[in-house]
Design a protein around this ligand. Structure first.
Ligand code: NAP
Length: 300
């Protein structure tokens, strides 16, 4: 339980509602900022404006997946207010106060560092990334169906990268009957691709691997699907780029060649916000419980 713990949940989309639900179940005291248009009331949670929050007794601050923008502004789907997280707010918190975010940027790194507060990036964790790969793959299947006039079954797929997303994508499309080739650069990844019954190729051979591809799914966050690679693809190829913005595809050249290339960020939040929220809520509640227990242990 989190009885006695005071947590600020600031901004976010439907995923944050699962976090709020879970933390109220665990009896935490919540200050909700950026939720005033939400009709639902949560027991133990108070909706506040950012300048009403008493940061001096805050044990944790939970930000939405993107954290803040480079000016410190936080996305608030359930509010019209402009909400900013400032260094002076962190300075008011107790020294043990931890800031939780999906990802970070220079601004968030800088204010947490200057205020000497711990910042936890949930999306850096393997468990979150692997659980998140499940709704990501389902969203990718949805896009493949929406943007092609052929079945996945029997189609020729090229998946780039065998990380947490690439592995789930490759295995799921294979189980739907696609013929899947996977490109990687490490010999252990080539070995794993072979072990999975998929066709491996080294990324240096990417241009040769795409000559007959129907769907190319990129998970590598670097310009890998470049003009030279795209020029070798059949005209009907669909490129789905899952890598974080700006993706790993030369979209300008793809358009020029008439090849459909889609950047598809944030699929879990789009296709399964409830599950995506529960993934974050489960991991977050465990981290908060551990932190709370550690502090109580030290105090006794
Ligand atoms: P990951 O586990 O770190 O995997 C990244 C893969 O890219 C690894 O196979 C890595 O290979 C490869 N890679 C990285 N840099 C490379 C380079 N310069 N050249 C060749 N290969 C390179 O990451 P992940 O969790 O799978 O996520 C992949 C991407 O998808 C990230 O950008 C993530 O933000 C994004 N994502 C998008 C969605 C969505 O909804 N679209 C959802 C989740 C994640 P090595 O091991 O050889 O470095």
């Amino acid at each position: 339980m989190l009885t006695g713990m005071h947590i600020a949940v600031i901004g976010g989309d439907a995923r944050q509602l699962e976090i709020i639900r879970k933390l109220t179940e665990l009896d935490a005291k919540l200050s909700l900022v950026g939720f005033e248009q939400l009709d639902h009331a949560f027991t133990g949670a108070v909706k506040e404006k950012i300048d009403e929050v008493d940061f001096s007794n805050m044990d944790a601050i939970i930000l939405p997946v993107p954290g803040t923008n480079l000016d410190g502004q936080i996305d608030t789907i359930f509010s019209n207010e402009r909400v900013f997280l400032l260094e002076e707010m962190l300075n008011k918190t107790p020294s043990h106060c931890t800031v939780y975010s999906g990802i970070t940027n220079n601004y968030l790194n800088s204010i947490t560092k200057k205020a000497n507060r711990k910042l936890v990036q949930l999306f850096e964790r393997d468990d979150v990334a692997i659980y998140n790969s499940i709704p990501t793959v389902e969203g990718t299947i949805m896009m493949a169906i929406q943007h092609t006039d052929f079945t996945i079954h029997g189609s020729k797929l090229v998946v780039l990268g065998l990380g947490r997303v690439g592995m789930s994508v490759a295995r799921t499309f294979q189980s739907l009957g696609a013929k899947v080739k996977v490109g990687a650069r490490k010999s252990e990844h080539i070995a794993r691709i072979t072990e999975m019954g998929l066709e491996p190729f080294h990324l240096t051979d990417l241009e040769q691997a795409v000559y007959d591809v129907d769907i190319c799914i990129n998970t590598i966050p670097h310009q890998i699907v470049n003009a030279s690679v795209i020029s070798k693809m059949p005209a009907h190829t669909l490129i789905i780029d899952l890598a974080s913005k700006p993706g790993g595809t030369d979209f300008r050249y793809a358009e020029k060649r008439g090849i459909k290339a889609l950047l598809a960020p944030g699929l879990p939040g789009i296709v399964a916000p409830k599950t995506a929220g529960q993934i974050l809520a489960n991991v977050l509640s465990q981290l908060l419980k551990d932190d709370f227990a550690n502090r109580k242990g030290k105090a006794t």
